[in-house]
Design a protein around this ligand. Structure first.
Ligand SMILES: C[S@@+](CC[C@H](N)C(=O)[O-])C[C@H]1O[C@@H](n2cnc3c(N)ncnc32)[C@H](O)[C@@H]1O
Length: 280
């Protein structure tokens, strides 16, 4: 299903981002939750971080939330003889991504198990989460956080991740323009609407379910641990306005904005990435 002809091996290897975007576009919508321009930014980061740390058997890419992003992280992990660990509680989604990796990539990269591992558990678990990976002696040169978009969860992931980071590591976030604190009421209301239940009126929820925008909080959290935290310019920021992904899914995007799972404010901060160095 995912082994379409996308060029010769030489053509694919010399235009690997075009190949990866073509595979991404074959995914069903429920596995394709990021714009193409964000996907290309993740490819760029994984390519440069992978090259820097190639062949280091204790250096990994960390991802939370399986899907399109996994294709980018897994490809470049394999290219540079590194490994990607992905946390997702949905084994069903991960099983389809494993099929895509196997059918679209294995001719070029070999066995999926050699470059990608799913941890089908909560990313923030003490015994099976990101913390536990660190206890196995692994370090992380690139992470991408796209699981539950509440600050309670994102900060938990970042706190677990921080001990694994090295000088020059990059931390990237999806939906960094959201503001949910403990509960993502956008997602709650989406499910309530499907169930035919009345929506939760946010002005009745106390305390306010929205706090500071996540990219600022993430930067502050990283600055508590590192003297230097540099926000990176990326392909997403200069290209998202023309990204065909938003046009293709525009009907759904309008509904998502109404329900609050997506916000059009500060859309340039939907994807943000930070390079850290000089641990405090
Ligand atoms: C938005 S999707 C990921 C999209 C994917 N990165 C992509 O590029 O298409 C979010 C995923 O996070 C998972 N999830 C939510 N909270 C989690 C947590 N704390 N630990 C692990 N997975 C989680 C959900 O099962 C869901 O599959």
């Amino acid at each position: 299903m995912y082994d379409f002809m996308l060029g010769t091996k030489e053509e694919i290897l010399s235009h690997e981002k075009d190949f990866l975007v073509a595979v991404k576009r074959m995914l069903p919508r429920w596995l394709n939750s990021i714009p193409d321009s964000e996907f290309i930014s993740i490819c760029d980061l994984a390519d440069s971080q992978g090259k820097k740390y190639s062949n280091n058997e204790k250096m990994v890419f960390v991802e939370t939330g399986v899907g399109a992003s996994t294709l980018a992280l897994a490809w470049y992990a394999a290219k540079y003889n590194l490994h990607t660990y992905t946390w997702d509680t949905s084994s069903a989604k991960a099983a389809v991504i494993r099929q895509v990796l196997s059918e679209a990539f294995s001719e070029h990269l070999g066995s999926v198990n050699s470059y990608w591992t799913l941890v089908p558990w909560m990313s923030t678990s003490e015994h099976l989460g990101i913390t536990a990976l660190g206890k196995q002696g692994f370090k992380c040169c690139l992470s991408f956080h796209d699981s539950e978009h509440t600050w309670a969860n994102v900060s938990g992931e970042l706190q677990a991740l921080t001990p694994l980071l090295v000088d020059g590591s990059v931390v990237a976030l999806d939906d960094a323009n959201l503001k949910w604190t403990e509960t993502n009421f956008g997602l709650v209301n989406t499910h309530r609407k499907k169930l035919g239940w009345p929506l939760i009126q946010l002005d009745h929820v106390k305390p306010d379910p929205k706090g500071e925008i996540h990219w600022r909080l993430a930067k502050e959290l990283l600055e508590q641990n590192f003297e230097s935290v540099e926000m990176l310019e990326d392909y997403y920021k200069s290209n998202f306005k023309e990204d065909p992904y938003f046009g293709w899914y525009s009907t759904e995007f309008i509904e998502k904005v109404k329900l609050g799972t997506e916000v059009s404010d500060e859309l340039k901060h939907r994807f943000d990435s930070f390079k850290v160095s000089k641990r405090r």
